[in-house]
Write a protein that binds this ligand. Structure first.
Ligand code: CP
Length: 328
């Protein structure tokens, strides 16, 4: 790789990364994707190791990181935190210092509300290797980076693209707000006109909206908030209907409540998709709650790019690891 490395730089939120740095990550992601397709070895992290700490379940994130590091010539150790001394109260500091001395990177998923981001930042304060956020209560930068890569693959221009981040009904678990937060912060930096649509009670934090608006102003995008689902679908270029929990207004961990049940109609249907532009793309970070968040005919239909989006998690994860953990 010819690019300037970001050795040791933490990857906690893309808000800490300049557009120029994100461009480099995207360029490296695309190069790694092409090399993967060509079956060309990419030994940029030969013999390097990273620790993947998971407080929660994962399919895409865990496997893109594990496979990704192997494909870069290194090894990832999966750590179920319920089997670590953290579960007996060992501190984030001690964990970070010790794992730093055993390898070259530490990645962590901790989505507990009010806890996850603080835990990851505390590790970052004491680690001597890059800390990678694999999703916390506030941010999911790996997902947002893959989403941006995917949008740029399917749309030649992001400026004034109408991208609608839309709340959707689901009852599989009370999901973090980190995906929509990361999207509304990032996409306006690329000139996108983001519409955030949700039923009252599913607000994102006020500081997120304020920051997203600042990002939009600085880069020619916009952020519109609506509680009208149809307005979000109307003339959209990209729709991202996805559930998130009412964490800001209600910290209960109960999955199903009256507010949720009163919003069952917030589903991505073919009828809704017909309101969007004819070439609209449907995205979802996955896993999707099929039949609740979205009709099968939409997620499996011609507008859906969810598998491309999920695949790009591999290439972007490899780029982040190669650029923050690498020597050359
Ligand atoms: N989108 C995402 O982060 O998927 P997993 O929860 O399976 O990692």
């Amino acid at each position: 790789m010819m690019e300037q490395l970001f050795k040791g730089k933490h990857f906690i939120t893309l808000e800490d990364w300049t557009k120029e740095q994100i461009e480099t990550l995207l360029k490296v992601s695309s190069e790694l994707k092409a090399l993967f397709y060509a079956n060309t070895p990419t030994p940029y992290l030969l013999y390097k190791t990273a620790f993947l700490m998971f407080f929660e379940q994962s399919t895409r994130t865990r496997n893109s990181m594990e496979s990704g590091l192997a494909q870069l010539g290194g090894h990832a150790t999966f750590l179920d935190t319920s089997t670590m001394q953290i579960s007996h109260g060992e501190s984030a500091k001690d964990t970070a210092v010790i794992l730093s001395s055993y390898g070259h990177g530490i990645a962590c998923r901790n989505c507990f509300w009010g806890v996850g981001n603080k835990f990851i930042r505390e590790m970052a304060e004491h680690a001597t290797v890059p800390i990678m956020n694999l999703q916390c209560d506030i941010y999911h930068p790996m997902q947002a980076l893959a989403d941006l890569m995917t949008i740029r693959e399917v749309k030649s221009e992001t400026k004034n693209l109408k991208v609608s981040v839309i709340w959707a009904y689901a009852k599989s678990h009370k999901k973090p707000i980190s995906v929509p937060v990361s999207q509304v912060l990032l996409f306006p930096r690329y000139g996108m006109d983001v519409t955030l649509a949700y039923p009252i009670g599913y607000d994102l934090p006020a500081w997120v909206i304020e920051k997203a608006r600042k990002n939009a102003k600085a880069h020619g995008g916009s952020l519109t908030i609506t509680h009208d689902m149809k307005e979000a679908y109307k003339n959209a270029d990209i729709v991202i209907p996805k559930n998130w929990g009412s964490w800001v207004t209600n910290q209960s961990t109960a999955v199903v409540d009256d507010l949720l049940e009163s919003n069952k109609m917030w589903k991505c249907t073919e009828e809704m998709m017909r309101l969007a532009k004819p070439d609209v793309k449907y995205m979802h970070a996955l896993p999707a709650d099929r039949g609740n968040e979205v009709e099968d005919s939409v997620i499996d239909g011609p507008h859906s790019i969810v598998y491309q989006e999920a695949e790009n998690r591999l290439h972007t994860a490899k780029a982040v690891m190669a650029m923050t953990m690498g020597d050359k």
